[in-house]
Design a protein around this ligand. Structure first.
Ligand SMILES: [Zn+2]
Length: 87
């Protein structure tokens, strides 16, 4: 018996279980050492959790580089080409 970590949907044993590394919390705080140095600590925790198909696809989509990044990359390439041509 398993439930999706994100949406809680029951996943039947005969259905595929998708294992993905997902964000599972964070902690942060200010520390003070015995020498008087203060520092800020921040930590993100991730873990392998069982997900249903829909949530696994969402996680995969979030991981993949989006179209926005490709557009940005295209502009950078065009900019470099323009610089090479006109200078
Ligand atoms: Zn789910």
């Amino acid at each position: 018996m398993a439930n999706c970590h994100l949406c809680g949907t029951y996943i039947a044993p005969r259905e595929p279980h998708y294992r993905r590394e997902v964000y599972s919390g964070s902690s942060s705080g200010v520390g003070l050492s015995w020498r008087g140095n203060a520092w800020w600590t921040g930590r993100r925790y991730t873990g392998i959790r069982t997900l249903c198909l829909a949530c696994a696809q969402q996680v995969d989509a979030a991981r993949a580089p989006g179209p926005r990044l490709l557009v940005l990359l295209a502009f950078v390439v065009l900019g470099v080409l323009a610089f090479a041509l006109f200078h």
